[in-house]
Design a protein around this ligand. Structure first.
Ligand code: SF4
Ligand code: SF4
Length: 190
């Protein structure tokens, strides 16, 4: 699957997001890093929970060697799952083997954005909402609507504004937004 986002653009995005976080303190202390936890027993490779993985965005895999010892890689095919019709071929799915320990500067984008998610209005305008994904844990930032740091929200918005210039990524956000519009209540942050 060919993304128009280049490797050096993804690197710049990683650098920008390295400088921000949802709260001034480590929000993992509120929940024992619930969104990192791989589930299962002691996070052995066999017990890694499939629900707790992270899909890389198209082209994001260019930042990795796939030999990282802290990640377990799965290659899937877009046609086999609920991805936009424009998607075809390989999709990379990773699970963290040693949560919450990881090289922070290499955290995949979907990990960095959480608990924010992109949302496109019917007019095609980009908003950020609190994630409405069904998850096997509760995030206190969502459950208690804890205010998020302004620079985190701004950086995340800037990054999504850029990412949705890629038609594949825009199609993904549009697909998720339609589901949210039809079935869910959401909390807009910006
Ligand atoms: S984003 Fe939510 S679930 Fe993840 S570590 Fe922070 S508070 Fe916990
Ligand atoms: S990349 Fe790091 S912070 Fe993100 S889920 Fe994995 S272990 Fe947790």
């Amino acid at each position: 699957m060919k993304s128009i986002i280049r490797k050096n653009t993804y690197q710049a995005i990683y650098r920008l997001l390295n400088r921000v976080s949802p709260l001034p303190t480590d929000c993992g202390q509120l929940c024992s890093s619930a969104c990192c936890n791989c589930g299962g027993d002691g996070c052995s490779e066999e017990s890694l929970d499939f629900d707790m993985g992270i899909y890389l965005l198209p082209g994001e895999e260019k930042l990795f060697t796939r030999k990282e010892d802290w990640l377990k890689w799965n290659i899937e095919y877009a046609e086999d799952y609920e991805f936009p019709a424009s998607w075809s071929g390989k999709v990379y799915f990773v699970r963290c083997k040693t949560p919450p320990r990881c090289p922070r500067e290499m955290r995949p984008l979907q990990c960095r954005f959480f608990p924010l998610a992109p949302y496109l209005t019917e007019n095609g305008e980009l908003r950020l909402i609190l994630s409405t994904a069904e998850l096997p844990y509760q995030c206190p930032l969502i459950a208690e609507k804890i205010p998020l740091q302004n620079d985190f929200v701004k950086a995340t918005y800037t990054v999504w504004k850029h990412l949705i210039r890629d038609p594949l990524i825009r199609d993904l956000v549009e697909m998720d937004s339609k589901v949210i519009r039809n079935n869910k209540k959401c909390t807009e942050i910006v």
